[in-house]
Design a protein around this ligand. Structure first.
Ligand code: KG4
Length: 381
């Protein structure tokens, strides 16, 4: 059986193809078309620009994935005129995508895809629509089963990509990305409960916004983390708050940290702000503040729910300090720790393709019932 994964919830266009016998799976292709450089000038993702890029890139990326999976075959049968009319209606809001898809369908045969999984939320609505409409169009034209899946469930299940894992339940999942920061209690695969979340900015957003304040570029997480790793001393002058760290609840708040960084920069001369020493020191303090809070609250969750495993997922889970600290608390408590392979921390479609293999949440639906939900909750999906 072959499953196609489609993911466009934020600024990465992602396509993956997996082959499975239900017990095991193999990733035949997993490609990401990143828009990082494009959004750098805005210091964050600009939704209408991201939508335009998804529309432009999704068909070429699909062709690349099919070619890499050796599933691209020439078509000699021409187009089905009636179906093309309907396809145009499905892609009414994405005319550029329709034009590209029509050319593609005329040129290539239906590949042996048995199922399509597409992210329906959470995410940026204009972006989600591109992936969903693209998947609906293929599902309709080729008569392939389609499943609308949850982006954050994908980030949890990314732990299964290229590694053999066995999760002991109950498990705690920390999902940390540019748009979300949540602690999730997992009773089993597919059964999730949000037990803590950010009340304002996501952890990745805090990295990105503080990096922007400091003129470091986008996305901020990786840049801040690299600068932080250059610091050799512990004699810091800069002290930032660890928001909500001593509160009993499992929630987070990162917007105050961003404001604290703003006030800190106001005390500095332009020369200081430009200096490597200052940039490295403040980066270290920002990273420490964010990671300490994430780890402390996750540890509280492990204790409260007597968890037997802990896992991380999402773009910020690529952070080396976070991985090291989480491994440390898991070891201290004698429980298992999982982190995705770094290349699967960020958005990808392989994690979307495997959802229907691993999660019991998949319900049979028709292509015309699938629609995006930018605020889709992982509770009770
Ligand atoms: O999951 P993701 O690829 O996209 C969504 O937000 O859905 O996450 C992107 C976020 C950005 O905020 C980026 O700054 C952060 O992940 N990030 C990191 C690191 N690499 C990426 N944050 C901290 N340390 C990193 N090494």
């Amino acid at each position: 059986m072959i499953i196609l994964g489609v993911e466009t919830s934020c600024d990465d266009t992602c396509i993956a193809i997996i082959k499975t016998n239900r017990a095991n799976f193999e990733i035949l292709a997993s490609f990401v078309s990143s828009q990082e450089k494009l959004h750098a000038g805005y210091g964050g993702v600009f939704p209408s620009l991201a939508k335009r890029e998804h529309q432009k890139n999704i068909v070429p990326l699909f062709v690349k994935a099919l070619r890499s999976a050796k599933m691209l075959e020439k078509n000699n049968e021409g187009l089905d005129g009636k179906k093309i009319k309907k396809l145009e209606a499905i892609l009414e809001r994405n005319p550029e995508l329709f034009t590209q898809l029509k050319v593609f369908l005329e040129k290539y045969k239906k590949p042996k895809i048995d199922e399509i999984n597409v992210t329906i939320g959470p995410g940026l609505e204009p972006c989600l629509y591109v992936g969903v409409n693209f998947a609906k169009a293929l599902s309709f034209y080729w008569d392939i089963r389609i499943n609308g899946v949850h982006h954050l469930e994908g980030h949890i299940l990314a732990n299964y990509l290229d590694q053999n894992i066995k999760i002991d339940f109950p498990a705690i999942g920390l999902i940390v990305s540019g748009g979300n920061t949540q602690i999730v209690l997992m009773e089993k695969l597919g059964k999730y409960k949000i037990i803590g979340e950010t009340r304002d900015d996501a952890a990745g957003e805090c990295f990105d916004k503080t990096a922007r304040l400091l003129g470091l570029g986008y996305p901020g997480g990786k840049i801040i983390s690299e600068l932080a790793s250059k610091v050799k001393t512990n004699n810091f002058v800069i002290k930032l708050p660890r928001p909500m760290i001593y509160e009993k609840n499992l929630d987070f708040s990162f917007s105050g940290l961003k404001t604290a960084v703003l006030y800190e920069t106001k005390k500095r001369t332009p020369e200081e702000l430009e200096s490597n020493e200052y940039r490295e020191e403040i980066s270290k303090e920002i990273e420490d503040a964010i990671i300490e809070v994430l780890v402390k609250k996750t540890e509280k969750a492990i204790e409260k729910y007597n968890a037997k495993s802990v896992m991380i997922g999402g773009g910020v889970s690529a952070n080396k300090k976070l991985r090291k600290e989480m491994k440390g608390i898991a070891k201290k408590r004698g429980i298992i720790f999982f982190a995705p392979k770094p290349k699967y921390s960020a958005d990808n479609a392989a994690m979307i393709a495997i959802i229907s293999l691993l999660s019991p949440n998949i319900k049979k639906t028709s292509w015309n019932r699938i629609k995006p939900n930018s605020n889709l909750q992982i509770n009770g999906i």
